[in-house]
Design a protein around this ligand. Structure first.
Ligand SMILES: NC(=O)c1ccc[n+]([C@@H]2O[C@H](COP(=O)([O-])OP(=O)(O)OC[C@H]3O[C@@H](n4cnc5c(N)ncnc54)[C@H](O)[C@@H]3O)[C@@H](O)[C@H]2O)c1
Length: 315
């Protein structure tokens, strides 16, 4: 494995974490997991050690880093947008304070590479389309606020002491593992309903859409950016984009696969306005230029891949 042999994945039992573990393990890395939720049996084999606990427990974090000496950290533990809005103090604690403390501890323990998963929610709702890379980041929800704060701290450490902070800002991730509680993940939930034969109610209007990426590209991007020499990475954070589609376009493609798929539109104003405020296209030229990023999944391929995973993957 280029760059590191042993890595810690925080949030290693989540939607993305379990697949990052699968990918890194297949490449020969020795992996540690820190998550507050238990590891599903299928995923245990990817980890040499699993630490069940709260990332806000600084003693636990320090102990893991001192005893285990990982050379890389993939920091994915986070409260997502809905939970962050419900409990803003807890969101700040987990997403910001714990992330900053983790970076400080990583610096002390000479961790070589620190990956952080950010989001286009750091841009707020008054965006333009396509979204330029240097657009101002003034998030409007707590999730975005916490993420932009971590980006700033990581960038500060990168500039002042060469800390190898690497960050990707993801758009909506189309994934069979999308938590059911994440209301903005309705495209992923609609695919699941179509596959299992349940009716689905879209919380947005027919013309609402957003920049999106398929899970496999997201996992590949995390792996690829971890393999690039530090000197090639000119930015502290890179925006990524896969494709765009509206709710109506999603219905039409799902009906082609499942002609009996029943759907309706019952607009939740909060979700509809939130998603409409996100860009449909995000410029990601720097990722292409600095580390040769190339999306492989577009709308049709992503829906087919989702259906395949949901049908055969016992998800
Ligand atoms: N999925 C998306 O659409 C998307 C988009 C942009 C960015 N991201 C970011 O990617 C990362 C992974 O997202 P995901 O979709 O896998 O989310 P997820 O909710 O499935 O995973 C997050 C993991 O963090 C763990 N966690 C939460 N609080 C914790 C705590 N206090 N201590 C230890 N672990 C804790 C959870 O148990 C969970 O396993 C997150 O940082 C998220 O903000 C995701």
């Amino acid at each position: 494995m280029k760059n590191f042999r042993k890595a810690l994945i925080t949030g290693g039992n989540g939607n993305l974490g379990r697949l990052v573990a699968q990918k890194l393990s297949a490449k020969g890395a020795e992996l540690l997991c820190l998550d507050i939720h238990e590891t599903e049996q299928d995923n245990e084999k990817f980890y040499k050690n699993i630490f069940l606990g709260d990332i806000c427990d600084q003693d636990l974090v320090n102990r893991i880093l001192k005893d285990q000496r990982p050379q890389a950290i993939f920091h994915l533990a986070s409260l997502l947008s809905g939970s962050s809005e419900i409990n803003i103090e807890r969101s700040w604690q987990i997403n910001t304070t714990a992330s900053i403390n983790l970076m400080q501890a990583a610096k002390v323990c000479d961790v070589d590479l620190f990956f952080f998963a950010s989001t286009i929610a750091t841009y707020g709702s008054k965006t333009v389309d396509p979204l330029p890379e240097d657009f101002m980041q003034w998030p409007e929800n707590m999730y975005g606020v916490t993420k932009v704060a971590v980006e700033r701290f990581g960038s500060y450490l990168k500039n002042t002491c060469g800390f190898d902070f690497r960050c990707l800002r993801f758009p909506m991730v189309l994934s069979p593992f999308a938590p059911l509680s994440a209301k903005t993940a309705y495209p992923s939930h609609a695919c699941r309903s179509a596959v299992i034969g349940d009716p689905f109610n879209f919380p947005v209007s027919r013309d609402t859409g957003m920049s999106c990426m398929f899970l496999d590209d997201v996992i590949r991007s995390i792996f690829e950016i971890s393999q690039v020499p530090q000197t090639s990475l000119k930015s502290h954070a890179y925006n990524l984009h896969g494709f765009h589609f509206t709710a109506q376009e999603l219905c039409e493609i799902l009906i082609q696969f499942y002609p009996n798929f029943e759907y309706s539109f019952e607009i939740d104003q909060y979700i509809d306005i939130l998603v409409k405020g996100w860009p449909n296209e995000v410029i990601s030229d720097s990722a292409v230029l600095d580390w040769n990023w190339k999306s492989e999944f577009f709308f049709e391929e992503s829906i087919s891949a989702m259906i395949k995973l949901l049908t055969h993957g016992q998800i």
